[in-house]
Design a protein around this ligand. Sequence first.
Ligand code: ADP
Ligand code: MG
Length: 446
Amino acid sequence: MEEIVWQRVLDELRSRVGEENLETWFKPLRPAGQKQDHLIIEVPNSFYQDRIQERYGDDLVQSLEATGSGIKSFRFSINPGLIKAKKDSEPVRGKAASRGGGSHPLLNPRYTFENFVVGPSNQFAHAACKAVADGSAHSYNPLFIYGGVGLGKTHLLNAIGNRSYQRNRRIRLICIQAESFMNDLINSIRQEKMASFRKKYRKSCDVLLMDDIEIISGKERTQEQFFYVFNDLYESGRKIVITSDRYPKDMPELEERLRSRLESGIIVDIQAPEFETKLAILKKKAEEERIQIPDDVAIFLANNIKSNVRKLEGSLIHLGAFTSLSGMDITLDLAKEVLKNLLDEDRKTISAEDIIKETASYFNIRPGDLKSHRRYRKFTYPRQIAMYICRNFINLSYPEIGQSFGGKDHATVIHACKKVEHMMQNDPDTMRHFQAIKKTLGLGSD
Ligand code: ADP
Ligand code: MG
């Protein structure tokens, strides 16, 4: 009986959490009986238990209800036997401490300033958010946070909410996806409850945190209502923070009057993190999740996951789950194997040797010519371009590049890179060669 229910739960969960998360988190579990309206679910260890409870607790309950079996909830029971080769070094997590403690019901308590890693890519956005949360920046209204997918917009938005709520428990704040705002509006219209809609957003709100506003682009009715909400809040000095994956001016279907409102405060952007920030984020998350990750693995991940912090985090969790389940330690080889599909394909496999080969073939010379010390322009020019690509696309150091080119010293490499950089700006042919070689290497533009 439980087996059937469980199968249905898994099917339901698949559509909610996706195949990959299902594999990682739910496939290792076993249904182990039923008590009144509870399903007993066996988990391999407390790491699993806490993660699932924290991340997917609601999804699990809703999936159980959706089976129509009368089972309404679940209890975990730890069964280490589910692990093939358990080791003593298992991460044992305390109670999910971040929950509870009276967090605001509309906020994610895991997203705070304390666990947001600051680097050059996000320091300006971070500073502006903190200023708003601390109430020290009246002129930053509205605050518009712009940035690509998975770079920390939602995290910062919730951090503002959490900090504001910490400072003042009576503050009335709304943190909402623009899409939910839209749905709320549609329902209110349909059920003739616009008065309560207005009250909720325009009268009873001190801080409005709206996530992913790009969704209302082209939705006239929603824009109109948002405009009214905006004006009411703004004129009475209440705070508005908005996130988007586009600049206001890049949302063509945004009404002009709303656009100019959105641009009237301060706009801050979040860029993709550079290497050091990625490494720091990994370290922080590993600590939070109690995952032991060796330096070489962290460096490998930071190098190969190009731009998306969510992906970076996902790969770490994935590794943690895998090793906790299999009992194996995290090693570089294991990481490469487990994360094969997750990693950005383009940078993974390209070596100095590949660059030398492609460049030589493009210029109709032999790889050996690039590694030689021959000084004909026929060889020096391609050699310099190849060195430049090595430096800028696979992040080799100058001495490493010199090594790969038949043992040149690093001053030669620096000279080559400077020269190509200069030519790229002044000589269209160089630019063209460079682009063409990059393309054959599969190094698309970022
Ligand atoms: P966005 O809303 O921009 O798509 P999120 O805020 O959801 O991105 O961030 C994706 C994940 O990456 C979250 O788990 C978040 O905690 C994490 N993250 C992003 N940037 C940072 C950072 N600078 N420090 C720590 N965690 C970060
Ligand atoms: Mg988001």
